[in-house]
Write a protein that binds this ligand. Structure first.
Ligand code: NAD
Ligand code: UDP
Length: 318
């Protein structure tokens, strides 16, 4: 009997590789489509010999070759995670980021429509910009600088969401949008400039921990396993169809608190060094997860301490 086919665009990235692994463990056939702009072959190496895993090197903004098209034929689930994600990476690749979330979303939605597949779009808390409502609910429209340094990402995700909703409304496509809040865990890129990787690598090597600004800005960190379990519930549950959900851990910390916590967990003697705050850095960010809790019964389970211990162990092993 043929297996259920899933397409993971961006499957060689940090979150995508965890998702691929989880789907393979459920005995599903996994097609990972990635152009490696920010992904890493090492992330998918442990899966490469699994007969249910297929790696397609390709770009979601471009037509697929014939071989990839026939591999994808009959796909039942499409997860669109293909986009640079860290501020450093999307500012290095602004046009690519806009295109992955606009044209890339369009191309993948067309594949979903042609195959009658279910679709999940990985949007971001960045659609809320520098939020004036706190915590952020799905009903909030956001406060985004459309020409700022982060706009390639924020507006890319907002466009992507609008594109998904166009297919939901016009074609009755079985699609859902997930607004992901800061997620961390093993296989984060140590050089992509995000706060979890920067602080951990700095603390482990005795380098100064670089807190931008005075560290009073806040973030709420979700462990990757919790995020992936949320993806599966969102894909399976009929109540998620045509809807948007925040996905993240609502425990909010200032960045300075976070730096001190990493220092403590790594038993590091690194000093904390205050440097300039980047342009348009959101002041506060915390997901309101009431909707996903009440409608789909999802809640994060991994504590910050437990998740960071796993993440620190990963960075130590590199
Ligand atoms: P990542 O950079 O590790 O993974 C993204 C993957 O997409 C990479 O493997 C990259 O090579 C691939 N990719 C990018 N453009 C592509 C294209 N045009 N065609 C094919 N592949 C392409 O990032 P991540 O942290 O794993 O994020 C995954 C998704 O989740 C992204 O869409 C991101 O915007 C979203 N997200 C992540 C976070 C987070 O905290 N990590 C927060 C909000 C949203
Ligand atoms: N940050 C920091 N030092 C670093 C990296 C990031 O103080 O070395 C801060 C950054 O200014 C932001 C927060 O940590 O306020 C989260 O940054 P990240 O790049 O991880 O993601 P963002 O939530 O901004 O997209």
């Amino acid at each position: 009997m043929s297996k259920v086919k899933c397409l993971i665009a961006g499957g060689a990235g940090f979150i995508g590789s965890h998702l691929c692994e989880t789907l393979l463990a459920q005995d599903l056939e996994v097609i990972c489509l990635d152009n490696f702009i920010t992904g890493n072959r090492k992330n998918v190496e442990p899966m490469i010999n699994n007969p249910l895993f297929h790696l397609v090197e390709g770009d979601v903004t471009k037509p697929l070759d014939k071989t990839s098209q026939s591999l994808i034929s009959g796909v039942q689930f499409i997860y669109h995670l293909a986009s640079p994600a860290s501020p450093g990476q999307y500012q290095k690749y602004p046009a690519e980021t806009l295109l992955a979330n606009s044209l890339g979303t369009f191309n993948l939605l067309e594949i979903a429509k042609a195959n009658g597949a279910k679709f999940l779009y990985a949007s971001s808390s960045e659609v809320y910009g520098n939020p004036q409502q706190h915590p952020q609910r799905e009903s909030y429209w956001g406060n985004v600088n459309p020409i700022g340094v982060r706009s390639c990402y924020d507006e890319g995700k907002r466009f992507g969401e609008a594109m998904v909703m166009a297919y939901v409304r016009k074609d009755d496509l079985d699609a859902r949008i997930v607004r992901i809040f800061n997620t961390y865990g093993p296989r984060m890129d140590k050089d992509d400039g995000r706060v979890v990787s920067n602080f951990t690598v700095q603390a482990l090597s005795g380098m100064p921990i670089t807190v931008y600004g005075d560290g009073s800005q806040t973030r709420s960190f979700c462990y990757v396993d919790d995020l992936v379990s949320g993806f599966l519930i969102l894909m399976e549950n009929e109540k998620a169809r045509g809807e948007v959900f925040n996905l993240g851990n609502p425990e909010e910390h200032t960045i300075l608190e976070f730096a001190k916590f990493i220092k403590q967990l790594t038993e590091s003697s690194s000093e904390i060094k205050f440097t300039d705050l980047p342009e348009d850095d959101p002041t506060r960010r915390q997901p309101d997860i009431t909707r996903i809790k009440q409608i789909l019964g999802w809640m994060p389970k991994v504590s910050l301490e437990e998740g960071l211990k796993q993440t620190i162990a990963y960075f130590r092993s590199l």
